[in-house]
Write a new protein. Sequence first.
Length: 134
Amino acid sequence: MIEAAGVPYTIVRATQFMEFIGDIADFGTDGGTVHIGDGLFQPIAADDVAAILAQVALAAPLNGTVDIAGPDRAPFAEIVTRYLKSVGDTRPVVTDRDARYYGGRVEEQSLVPLGDARIGRVSLDQWLAQAKKG
């Protein structure tokens, strides 16, 4: 609809926010174990989303889409495990091909950008350290 409207535009499409990793773990918990799909994950910090969105909003419309993602790409279960460990949560995390991500199946590359993407500056380790303090 946006493309057909003939109005200049830029769509910003972000990977999942780091700030949601805890909620993702909670959603995937069954019987005290976190079940996570076997795809890759490349979350981005909300601060990076805001900064990139401001840059895009101030620039000329691209009449296209800008993908944005965090700098760290790893298996989904690995990132969730790192988050839980950093907050002192002892729930085990298992990779489960049948696990659903808010109802949808996670394929290997369904949660990462597939082409050129603007990459945020805040690494997962930096975000985890900052989240611990706050």
